[in-house]
Design a protein around this ligand. Structure first.
Ligand code: NDP
Ligand code: 2IT
Length: 446
C-alpha cells in the first residue's frame, strides 16, 4: 500500500474503530485520490479528504414499536448526513438486521461521490435500521415505519435531506414513511423519492438502478467494440436492482442465467425470459418467498448457500449486497472468461477482488458509477416534484440513459491511462470528487 494511504487509513481506523466497511470504502477512494491530491495541492491545503471522510451529522435514535402480539420491540434507527456541499443530503434507507453505523457510513460516503457523478445537485446521505422486514406482517412493517419516521421527520425535508429506498425498503415502506411524514408536518412535498406513481413518484424510478447499470455495461462494452447481444450474464440478488437489470439485459439481447437471494441461487441455462422474470417479481414483491421456488417451478438447479460466481459467464452483475465477490470468486470469473463486471450493488467486490479485475484488465464498473441511475432518477423525481409536473416514461428513461452515458464519459476522462486502459475506479473516484471538493473550497471552512 502507498505509505501516504497507509498513514491516512491509520487515522481513519483510529477515529472510527470497528467500522470495517467504512474503512474499506475510504481506503478504495483514497488510493485513487491521494495521488491526485498530491498533483493538485489546493485540495491538500483545504484538507478536503480529511473533511469528506467525517460525516457532517450522525443521527442515532430508538425505534420502539408494537408487534402483532402486542409485544414491544426495539430497533435502532440511523441517518448519516455525510456531505451537503452540492445539494441536500440524498440517499436511501436500508432495513436489514446487519445494519450498523459502519455499514451506513460506508454507504453514505459512497453516495457523496455517486451523487456528484450524476451531474444533479445532490449531497450524500444514508440511513436505515437493524429492523428485519422478513416474516413481518404488513401491519408490523407499517407500525415500524411510523415509529421510525416519528423521529426522523425532524431531521429531513425536501430542501434538507431526501431519503429513498435501499435493501429492505421498497414501495410499501416508502408509502408508510411518506404517510407518517405528511401527518407530522402537514405538508405534501418531495421529502422522499421512490414514491408511488399516483402520489408524486416518477415513472422509471423502480426500474432505474437495474436499467442504469445495464446502460453502463453497454457503454463499457462499446469501448471495446462489443455489446450485450448474445452475452451470458450472471446476476446475483432477486430484489429491485436484480429484477430490472434482468429485464433490460434480456431486452438488449443478453441471456441472464442466474438469480439469487441470501439462501442460495438458481441456474437457468436457457435464460430468465420475460415470463420467468414475471414469476420472480410476483414471488419476491408480492408473496415475499424464496428463490428456491423458481427451481421447483421451472425444473432448474438450485444451489443452497452458494453464490453464482462459479457459473460460466461473459458478464457479471452483482446486485445483492456488499462484499459478495471475494478474490477467489473474482479469479474464477476471470478464469471462466468474464470480460465485464457492472456493479448494481454498493461495494459488492472486496478490495482484493477489485485488484483481480484490474490486474486482468477486464471492464470493471464500480458501484458508485454503475448503479448511480437509481439516485439519478430520484433526482429527476425531485425535479418533477418541484415543478409539480410529471414527465412521461420515455422522457425519464431518455434522461436516465443520457446521465449514464455522461457518467461513463466522466470515468473515461479521469480514468483513462496512458496505455489506453480505462480504470473506472480512479475515474469514478476522481470524477465524483472534483465537484464536491471545489464546492467545499468555495464555501469556506464548514
Ligand atoms: P432489495 O431489498 O430489493 O433486494 C436485495 C437482494 O439482495 C435480495 O435478493 C436479498 O436476498 C439479497 N441480499 C440482501 N442482503 C444479502 C446478504 N447479506 N447476502 C446475500 N444476499 C443478500 O434491495 P435492492 O435491490 O434495492 O438493493 C440491492 C443492492 O443494490 C444493494 O447493495 C443496494 O445498496 C444497491 N443499490 C440499490 C439502489 C436502489 O435504487 N434500490 C440504488 C443503488 C444501489 P434476501 O431477500 O434473501 O435478503
Ligand atoms: O444506493 C443508492 O444509490 C440508493 N439506494 C438510491 C438512493 C436514492 O436516493 O435514490
Amino acid at each position: 500500500m502507498d505509505p501516504r494511504v497507509q498513514q491516512f487509513m491509520a487515522m481513519i481506523k483510529a477515529k472510527n474503530p470497528g467500522e470495517n466497511e467504512f474503512h474499506q470504502a475510504v481506503q478504495e477512494v483514497s488510493e485513487s485520490l491521494i495521488p491526485f491530491i498530491e498533483e493538485n495541492p489546493k485540495y491538500k491545503h483545504a484538507k478536503i479528504l480529511e473533511r469528506i471522510a467525517e460525516p457532517e451529522r450522525t443521527i442515532i435514535f430508538r425505534v420502539p414499536w408494537l408487534d402483532d402480539k402486542g409485544e414491544i420491540q426495539i430497533n435502532r434507527g440511523f441517518r448519516i448526513e455525510m456531505n451537503c456541499a452540492i445539494g441536500p443530503y440524498k440517499g436511501g434507507l436500508r432495513f436489514h438486521p446487519s445494519v450498523n453505523l459502519g455499514i451506513l457510513k460506508f454507504l453514505a460516503f459512497e453516495q457523496v461521490f455517486k451523487n456528484s457523478l450524476t451531474t444533479l445537485p445532490m449531497g450524500g446521505g444514508k440511513g436505515g435500521s437493524d429492523f428485519d422486514p422478513k416474516g413481518k406482517s404488513d401491519n408490523e412493517v407499517m407500525r415500524f415505519c411510523q415509529s421510525f419516521m416519528t423521529e426522523l421527520f425532524r431531521h429531513i425535508g425536501p430542501e434538507t435531506d431526501v431519503p429513498a429506498g435501499d435493501i429492505g425498503v421498497g414501495g410499501r415502506e416508502i408509502g408508510y414513511l411518506f404517510g407518517q411524514y405528511k401527518r407530522l408536518k402537514n405538508e405534501f412535498s418531495g421529502v422522499l423519492t421512490g414514491k408511488g406513481i399516483e402520489w408524486g413518484g416518477s415513472l422509471i424510478r423502480p426500474e432505474a438502478t437495474g436499467y442504469g447499470a445495464t446502460y453502463f455495461a453497454q457503454e463499457m462494452l462499446a469501448t471495446r467494440g462489443d455489446s450485450l447481444k448474445g452475452k451470458i450474464v450472471c446476476i446475483s440478488g432477486s430484489g429491485n436492482v436484480a429484477q430490472y437489470a434482468t429485464e433490460k439485459v434480456t431486452e438488449l439481447g443478453g441471456r441472464v442465467v442466474t438469480s439469487s437471494d441470501s439462501n442460495g441461487f438458481i441456474y437457468d441455462p436457457k435464460g430468465i425470459d420475460a415470463e420467468k422474470l414475471a414469476f420472480i417479481m410476483e414471488l419476491k414483491n408480492v408473496h415475499r418467498g424464496r428463490i428456491r421456488e423458481y427451481a421447483e417451478k421451472f425444473g432448474v438447479q438450485y444451489f443452497e448457500n452458494k453464490r453464482p460466481w462459479g457459473i460460466i459467464c461473459d458478464i457479471a452483475m452483482p446486485n445483492a449486497t456488499q462484499n459478495e465477490i471475494n478474490a477467489e470468486e473474482a479469479k474464477t470469473l476471470v478464469k471462466n472468461g468474464c470480460i465485464c463486471v457492472a456493479e448494481g450493488a454498493n461495494m459488492p467486490s472486496t478490495i482484493e477482488a477489485v485488484e483481480v479485475f484490474l490486474n486482468a484488465r477486464i471492464l470493471y464498473g464500480p458501484g458508485k458509477a454503475a448503479n448511480a441511475g437509481g439516485v439519478a432518477t430520484s433526482g429527476l423525481e425531485m425535479t418533477q416534484n418541484s415543478m409539480r409536473l410529471p414527465w412521461s416514461r420515455e422522457e425519464v428513461d431518455e434522461r436516465l440513459h443520457t446521465i449514464m452515458k455522461n457518467i461513463h464519459t466522466t470515468c473515461v476522462l479521469y480514468g483513462k491511462q496512458k496505455d489506453g486502459f480505462i480504470n473506472y475506479v480512479d475515474g469514478a473516484n476522481i470524477g465524483g470528487f472534483v465537484k464536491v471538493a471545489n464546492a467545499m473550497i468555495a464555501q469556506g471552512v464548514v
